[in-house]
Design a protein around this ligand. Structure first.
Ligand SMILES: [Fe+2]
Length: 269
């Protein structure tokens, strides 16, 4: 069978000075080795490399000045607080937002929001956004030649219950190209925004899928230098969370503080 591929739009064509994938992988390995050596020498190395040169724009994506101090109690008086009544149950099902059903692997993503002592964080808003099964976002800046799905927007929200549990129904997102280097592809992922025990603790992270062949190639995933921290970002396939003849199931627990914490992106990302 033969088929014709549409030419990539001009905006997606790599600039001639972009690094190759092999060069990016070498940069990732070299930086990990440097960080491992620093750690072995007894230096304290943050789990989160805010400047990770293989991720080209990372040097522009974090504050360069000390944070402005505010009185958290004052902020909490004015900040929004979400409860079970503010979010409809249907908002957690991304497959029901249009007249038809989206294409792709239907799945449920479930987990618990926990603090570093393993205590559930109840009544907190969890928001997700993601590409469709073809790896395309509904976003002006995403113009790569994969189809939009008229039955999929890719955004949902839920509020954790008394046990800190949340559940989404969605479809598995596809990997997509980006312009960090020549022929760069992001591993499939779902973006998560969570709140800790208060609104001022908004944190943003990504959930990945087990065994993705793009892990070793992706400078965003690898800006977290310890393997155990990267592993915490990978959802776990859990057959007990599947629904017969309906959906596969993944578990993704999120810890918001302490040594078991999930890696979070700098706030301006
Ligand atoms: Fe993304």
């Amino acid at each position: 069978m033969s088929h014709t591929l549409a030419a990539a739009p001009e905006t997606l064509l790599a600039a001639p000075d972009q690094a190759s994938q092999a060069e990016i992988v070498d940069e990732i390995r070299a930086r990990h080795a440097e960080l491992d050596a620093l750690e072995a020498a007894g230096e304290r190395v943050a789990a989160t490399a805010h400047d990770f040169p293989a991720y080209r724009s990372s040097v522009l994506r974090h504050p360069t000045k000390n944070p402005r101090l505010v009185d958290p109690e004052t902020i909490e008086l004015f900040s929004p607080a979400f409860g079970q009544r503010d979010v409809a149950a249907i908002e957690s099902d991304l497959t029901l937002q249009h007249a038809g059903e989206p294409l792709g692997e239907r799945m449920s993503v479930q987990g618990r929001l926990l603090d570093s002592w393993g205590r559930p964080i109840a009544n907190q808003l969890i928001e997700i956004w993601q590409a469709n099964s073809a790896g395309r976002y509904i976003h002006q800046r995403d113009q790569h030649p994969a189809p939009l799905d008229p039955n999929f927007t890719g955004a949902g929200r839920a509020v954790t219950n008394a046990n800190g549990e949340y559940r989404f129904t969605t479809i598995k997102p596809g990997p997509y190209p980006w312009k960090n280097h020549r022929n760069a592809w992001r591993p499939a992922h779902i973006h998560f925004s969570v709140f800790g025990s208060s609104f001022t603790q908004r944190l943003v992270t990504q959930m990945y899928f087990p065994g993705d062949p793009l892990f070793a190639l992706d400078p965003i995933y690898n800006s977290i230098h310890r393997q155990k921290d990267r592993d915490a970002l990978v959802g776990v396939y859990d057959h007990d969370l599947t629904s017969p003849e309906w959906a596969t199931g993944y578990r993704f627990d999120i810890v918001v503080d302490g040594p078991d914490a999930t890696y979070f992106e700098p706030e301006d990302e």
